[in-house]
Design a protein. Sequence first.
Length: 94
Amino acid sequence: MAYTKAIVLDFKSSELDWQDYSLCGKLGEYRHLEFYPELEENYSLKDFIPQARVCNSCPVKTDCSEYGYSLTETSGIWGGILFTGRDRRILPTE
């Protein structure tokens, strides 16, 4: 009688799987919003209220902002926070 050994594979999810559930990554109604804006010298945080509203309703907002903080030099909007180099600013929703 031959015995076979069962092999259990542990497929750990990628640390970036949360991006599959992000609202900004979906095509459709949010496609027109810029989440990686080229900032003008005199930009206002209020310019990004529409993006902040998307972030605030996103199911992976926390994962997204944590990822933004894990990057050393980045720019863009991550979890409702505007990252500009080493500067971070929470975006207003109103």
